[in-house]
Design a protein. Sequence first.
Length: 213
Amino acid sequence: MGSDSAYYVEESPQHKVYVEAFWIDKTEVTNQQYNECVGAGACAASGCADDERFNDLTQPVVCVSWHDATRYAAWVGGRLPTEAEWEKAARGTDGRQYPWGEEFDSRRANTWEGGALRSTPVGEYSPQGDSPYGAADMAGNVWEWTSSLHKGYPYNADDGREDPDAAGFRVVRGGSFLLNQKAAYCPARRPAGPQARDNSVGFRVGVSALAPE
C-alpha cells in the first residue's frame, strides 16, 4: 500500500497491509441504482440530479456526501470500503502503479488526458482498464469515497481512522475526469470533507466476505 516514489508525501511510504476477505462492486454506483434508494425514502437526492452533464442513469452518481454514500451502502446491505480494501481491489498484490499495469494509458481510463471532461457511463473503459480482480474504473472517471479518515501512513485500521462517528476529512480514491494520471495511479489519495457534494466524487460499495461454516 502506498508508494516510495509517490507524487505527494501523503502517499508514502510503501508498506504491507493485511485485509480480511471482502467483496467490492465491479463499478461505481450509478444514478439509476442510487435513485432507487431516493425513491424508497432512504437516501437524499444527489446534488446533481437536475444537471444533465451528470444525471444520465448509466453515469456514476456524484454530488453525494460521505454521509449520503454511507447511507446508500447500508441500504443495500453493504458499507463503504476502507482505503486499504480499495487499494487492494485496484492494485492487486503485485504493487502495480495502475489497475492494468505499470504504464499510464489514456485509452484505459477517463482522465484529463482523454478530454471527456465529464464522467462517462460506468464500465465504458472495461475490460481494458480493469483491475486484477475485474473492478472497472478504479482509475479516473470519479473519485470514490472510502470509509477511512485521512491520516498519515502507515495505514492502521485500529488507530481510529475507521471510526464512523469521528469528525474529520475522509479519504477519496481513484482520481477523476478533471485530473491527470498523477491522481489516477493506484496509491493516489486525497482528503475530502464528509459534507462535500462534488461533481467529481462518487463511490462504490463493499461488503465483508462471510467466513465458511
